[in-house]
Design a binder for this molecule. Structure first.
Ligand SMILES: [Mg+2]
Length: 271
């Protein structure tokens, strides 16, 4: 009898220890972590995957090739211009995303605070590419949905890390509407836009705006020749219109409801 009791006791003690350890782990992670679990994996990729850096280099190497090709075209009457988005295209805001995870918070908490710190680092390859564009004498326009009230720290951050042509008339931030078409048209009135660079399809054309997943797929397929040519895309799995489409743009839904909608989007296979 003794022979059986001892191992059983040991097993019970071990499982009690394990349960205690799991409880401690859960406590470290935080109570209601459901909200930011998807964000954890995406932010980890953004901050630690060398593949992320490689993709960014790939995007800007390709952009440089296209720029050189474009420069060989003659007979243009308008000055050539490159349009870039800012967040997750040339500036890395993953420390803000990491803050949301650690504090179990959601956008817009901490957003203005983060921008005002002016500490965002350049996305790998962005600085070298834009300085090359500047050397070649092209105009650079930064078209971002950061709110216009954050113009001062945004300009200071861009200047501090060394981006060229950072001036009031080269920076188009959001005032009332998120759509960027009006701002692009204004630039196009006296420039030939040879390239657009962004992490969100809305950075390229209004045809993607407010579309469902199927609609975004269809428009992407119809414009397939533009990608890697006139349109250069940076990866961003942390947030974006893709996520909006996945939750039917129900940004005000509860965390549970959002998670449910995301899970429902997944396609698995029949066993
Ligand atoms: Mg962006």
């Amino acid at each position: 009898m003794k022979k059986i009791v001892l191992p059983v006791l040991l097993l019970l003690m071990l499982s009690a220890c394990k349960a205690q350890k799991n409880a401690a782990d859960n406590q470290t992670i935080g109570g209601n972590q459901e909200k930011n679990l998807p964000l954890l994996q995406a932010t980890l990729y953004h901050q630690t995957a060398a593949e992320m850096r490689a993709l960014a280099y790939q995007a800007f190497n390709l952009a440089k090739l296209q720029l050189d090709r474009e420069m060989r075209r003659a007979g243009l009457t308008k000055k050539r211009a490159v349009i870039l988005d800012i967040d997750e295209t040339i500036l890395d805001n993953s420390p803000f995303e990491a803050k949301l995870i650690k504090e179990n918070a959601s956008y817009p908490s901490y957003w203005a605070e983060w921008i005002k710190k002016e500490q965002a680092k350049p996305i790998p390859g962005a600085l070298e590419f834009l300085n090359y564009v500047d050397e070649k004498g092209l105009a650079i326009f930064y078209v971002s949905n950061r709110h216009d009230s954050l113009k001062k720290p945004t300009m200071a951050n861009l200047k501090e890390v060394g981006f060229p042509q950072v001036a009031e008339d080269h920076l188009y931030l959001k005032t009332t509407i998120s759509g960027k078409e009006k701002r692009r048209k204004k630039i196009a009135s006296d420039h030939k836009i040879i390239m657009l660079i962004g992490d969100n399809l809305n950075d390229f054309s209004e045809v993607f705006e407010g579309k469902s997943i199927a609609g975004r797929y269809a428009k992407t397929d119809s414009l397939r020749e533009a990608f890697g040519n006139r349109f250069i895309v940076l990866p961003n799995a942390m947030y974006g219109e893709w996520e909006g489409a996945a939750i039917d743009y129900k940004y005000d839904a509860s965390d549970k409801e959002k998670l449910k909608r995301k899970l429902n989007r997944l396609k698995d296979f029949e066993e």
